[in-house]
Design a protein around this ligand. Structure first.
Ligand code: HEM
Length: 465
């Protein structure tokens, strides 16, 4: 009884506190143009179904250049990612991003092309069993491949998810993601005091523990190796010819990261880098299946580069894949896998298109998906698949914040070049091996990322020559 009364009291105090805050913000934001709201859930519907055109690149640019702090909604990731780069508070983020940035330099990530090519070969081989004329959801296969690439390059661990997809670590990771998705879109699960009363809180804690244990062990092992002078110099290869992983490159830097900080950064990288990359590949495969003319052009470009050689892509090959690059960009525009980006407005900022000031303490949601489908930016047919929108002569007049798949400004995606290498290299291998067919992407749903409700359905058949 006493416990119930205490819970009730905590709920009432939190509610009163929230109402007072909301009232203060309402007064300060009264002059802003408002979106329609529903009783109880307010603008929550924006996160559940159709996306409204709420974005303008000029406003997005102002917010993303000036407000580097993540919105409070990212706090749900804190128990998992701590102060890892993805959710780090802005002061810490500034110093840590400087240290991590050189590790994602093109010259470093290009060294991983061998790992990428090897895993692309495994994917091609695994897809063979799908050449039975039936449709299947390709995302699962691509995700296993990107997990293998991201784990090996970020942590130096060979997971072989493509052959052994069911491990306690992967199950735990999946469960945490499912709970986070529920929390993001179910308002009643958002206050900690209510969430902690549900079974999800215990499940989340236990599964986060499993994932932390896994990364902690890897960090300890690699630190020991580093301290034993196995990995002395970031630019040198390891004795057995293996490349240093991102984690290895974070030892002995200008900031001496603790093991916990390393775990938080590595977890942030593997979580931010994997599903995003896999989704872009899967959407692009479906689009190539729908648009046979574009697939034929991609294939011709590949044949010009490789002839009949069956090998993975090198840096030089990737530079020649101009048409494929335009197809990937068009895929990221139409199916923006991170459809919304939310920032905390930590100082008053003026939004040029509506002529109002957003007060400090409010939050801003950048509708990247909406901006990517805006007629004002992309012309009369923004829903049409047209890779040539990204020809240089058709792009130079476009607003710099009109295309935001990797966000914009200094807190944009640190792994964007690496992501593009993986996407191009895998698509090159798959398209050279299989002819792809697809009907439609169908309705979409927003979880933390953007998914087609019916999955990424394609049919494949072996190319004969
Ligand atoms: C096509 C693939 C990718 C897409 C579409 C993508 C997209 C994004 C976006 C939109 C953000 C900003 C999110 C926000 O502010 O809410 C971001 C941040 C981030 N991404 Fe990526 N990403 C991709 C690949 C990768 C890869 C391959 C890695 C690393 C291996 C990576 C690591 C990160 C990290 C660490 C951050 C946080 C950066 C910071 O706050 O400084 N991403 N990504």
């Amino acid at each position: 009884m006493i416990i119930l009364a205490l819970v009730f009291l905590v709920v009432c105090i939190s509610w009163a506190h929230w109402l007072a805050h909301a009232h203060r913000m309402d007064r300060r934001t009264a002059s802003l143009p408002a979106l329609p709201t529903l009783p109880l859930i307010g603008n929550g519907s924006l996160f559940m179904g159709d996306t409204e055109p709420i974005g303008d690149p000029r406003d997005a640019q102002v917010v993303l250049e000036n407000c580097l702090d993540k919105d409070v909604v990212y706090r749900f990731l804190r128990p998992w990612l701590g102060h890892g780069l993805f959710v780090a508070p802005v002061n810490l983020w500034k110093t840590h991003r400087k240290v991590l940035l050189p590790v994602f330099h093109n010259k470093i990530v290009e060294e991983y092309l061998g790992v990428i090519a090897e895993q692309a070969d495994v994917l091609v081989e695994r897809l063979e069993e799908k050449t039975n004329g039936k449709s299947f959801d390709v995302l699962k296969h691509v995700t296993a491949c990107t997990l293998d690439i991201v784990f090996e390059t970020a942590m130096g661990e060979r997971m072989d998810v493509q052959h052994s997809p069911d491990t306690p670590y992967l199950r735990a990771r999946h469960t945490v993601m499912e709970i986070l998705n529920k929390r993001l879109f179910k308002v009643w699960l958002q206050p900690d005091c209510l969430f902690n009363l549900t079974r999800y809180a215990r499940q989340q804690k236990d599964n986060i523990h499993v994932t932390h244990q896994f990364t902690d062990e890897v960090v300890q092992k690699r630190r020991l190796a580093y301290e034993n002078k196995n990995i002395k110099n970031e630019t040198k290869k390891q004795p057995e010819g293996k490349l240093p992983a991102v984690l290895d490159l974070l030892f002995g830097r200008e900031i001496e990261f603790t093991n916990v900080q390393l775990r938080e950064h590595i977890d942030s990288i593997t979580i931010a880098g994997n599903d995003t990359t896999a989704l872009v590949i899967a959407y692009t495969l479906v689009l190539l299946g729908i648009h046979q003319d574009a697939q034929e052009k991609v294939l011709q470009e590949q044949q010009q580069i490789f002839g009949t050689e069956k090998r993975g892509s090198t840096k030089e090959d990737l530079l020649k894949m101009n048409y494929l690059e335009r197809v990937i960009k068009e895929s990221m525009r139409l199916y923006t896998v991170v459809p919304i980006i939310a920032r905390n407005i930590d100082k008053d900022i003026y939004l040029p298109t509506c002529g109002v000031t957003m007060p400090a303490g409010s939050g801003a949601v950048i509708g990247a998906f909406a901006i990517h489908r805006s007629t004002a930016v992309w012309g009369p047919n923004p829903d049409e698949f047209d890779p040539d929108r990204f020809l240089p002569e058709r792009s130079h007049d476009r607003h710099p914040a009109a295309f935001l798949p990797f966000s914009y400004g200094s807190r944009n995606c640190i792994g964007r070049n690496f992501g593009m290498l993986i996407i191009k290299s895998i698509l090159s291998s798959v398209v050279r091996s299989y002819k792809i067919e697809a009907d439609d992407i169908g309705p979409l749903k927003i979880e933390m990322l953007l998914f087609p409700k019916n999955g990424h359905q394609i049919k494949i058949s072996r190319r004969t020559s």
